[in-house]
Design a protein around this ligand. Structure first.
Ligand SMILES: NC(=O)c1ccc[n+]([C@@H]2O[C@H](COP(=O)([O-])OP(=O)(O)OC[C@H]3O[C@@H](n4cnc5c(N)ncnc54)[C@H](O)[C@@H]3O)[C@@H](O)[C@H]2O)c1
Length: 309
């Protein structure tokens, strides 16, 4: 008999880096299903805008009802938090605050991430550290915090956003690929640690997703890019019918398996023939990425403050 779908109505869902891109689309999709979504993002202004849009969808508002309007604003306020995931103490306090004000966290989606592009020899050490802090250290910290809270309750779901770059190497993004491979390894290990506890783990591996992070990236044969809404839908599906591996598009799974069966030289030849080796490297010096690269370089203020002191 087919397993019954889990309902997401009323579930407390925290998403890091959800002011825009994949996180924002996921927040919207989950909010539509009645989940109580809390957004944590470095970009407070954008996060508030996104949260207000969600609040407006989730809550009925009559601005002439002043009491109701105040309650609405309170509700919006408690659905958004300014966090820098590289500030581990602040990240923990944010999760504590969510549990105090909204309720026990049912789902944590570790989504915040950056992708500065450069050949390894051109990447400065500050960029390397930023990548490790946001894409890896913060995901380890968030996962550990979620396990501590969920394991005693015997329920919960941790969703880590890795990437296709967590399954294969791509020129132009060596450190990014290293962090995403590490997120896959982390998720697989914790998934095994949590076997039989009632706490679930999913690892999401999208291809190129059309968000600002992917500015300047072209299309490659057989590596068709997807929209943030496609990733959001795949996450919703994995929460309703739990599964560990979440490839977006789903065909990436088969392609990865086939490539791994081939001897390395043949696999690499296939990647080159399909243009996969150029997906990221062709955009490394693209002017279309200037704005994104500059934002990504300002994405770990807490970690950088720590490094200075
Ligand atoms: N876009 C793609 O092609 C793609 C593909 C595979 C995986 N991913 C992964 O998906 C996740 C989301 O990517 P996206 O494309 O939506 O990117 P995005 O740049 O559109 O959104 C990322 C969000 O994370 C926030 N953020 C960055 N640093 C932060 C910090 N220190 N603390 C809190 N928030 C922070 C940003 O403010 C932004 O709102 C990332 O982990 C990324 O690596 C993206």
């Amino acid at each position: 008999m087919a397993k019954r779908e889990r309902s997401l109505a009323g579930k407390v869902v925290v998403i890091t880096g959800a002011a825009q891109g994949i996180g924002a689309s996921t927040a919207t999709a989950l909010s539509r299903l009645g989940a109580k979504v809390v957004i944590g993002d470095l970009d407070q202004v954008l996060a508030e805008k996104t949260a207000a849009e969600l609040g407006a969808e989730a809550l009925p508002l009559d601005v002439t009802d002043t009491k109701g309007f105040t309650e609405f604003l309170d509700e919006v306020e408690r659905r958004v938090g300014p966090i820098d995931v590289t500030d581990t103490k602040g990240f923990t306090e944010f999760l504590d605050e969510v549990e105090r004000r909204v309720g026990p966290i049912d789902v944590l989606i570790n989504n915040a991430g950056i992708m500065p592009l450069a050949p390894l020899e051109e990447e400065d050490d500050a960029a390397t550290r930023r990548l490790l802090e946001i894409n890896l250290h913060a995901v380890i910290h968030g996962t550990r915090e979620a396990v501590k809270r969920m394991r005693p309750r015997g329920t919960g779901h941790i969703v880590n956003i890795a990437s296709m770059a967590g399954k294969a190497g791509f020129p132009g993004a060596a450190t990014y690929c290293a962090t995403k491979h590490a997120v896959v390894g982390l998720s697989e290990s914790v998934h095994l640690e949590l076997h039989g506890t009632g706490v679930l783990v999913s690892c999401v591996m999208p291809a190129v997703v059309r968000t600002e992070l992917a500015s300047g990236l072209g299309e490659a044969k057989f590596f068709k890019s997807v929209q943030p809404e496609d990733v959001a839908q795949a996450i919703v599906d994995a929460l309703r019918r739990p599964k560990f591996d979440v490839f977006v598009p789903a065909s990436l799974d088969a392609m990865g398996r086939i490539t791994r069966l081939l001897p390395r030289r043949l696999g690499e030849g296939l990647l080159r023939a399909l243009g996969g080796d150029k997906i990221l490297s062709s955009a490394t010096h693209s002017s279309a990425r200037a704005e994104y690269e500059s934002r990504a370089a300002r994405s770990a203020p807490a970690a950088e403050k720590g490094a200075d002191s």
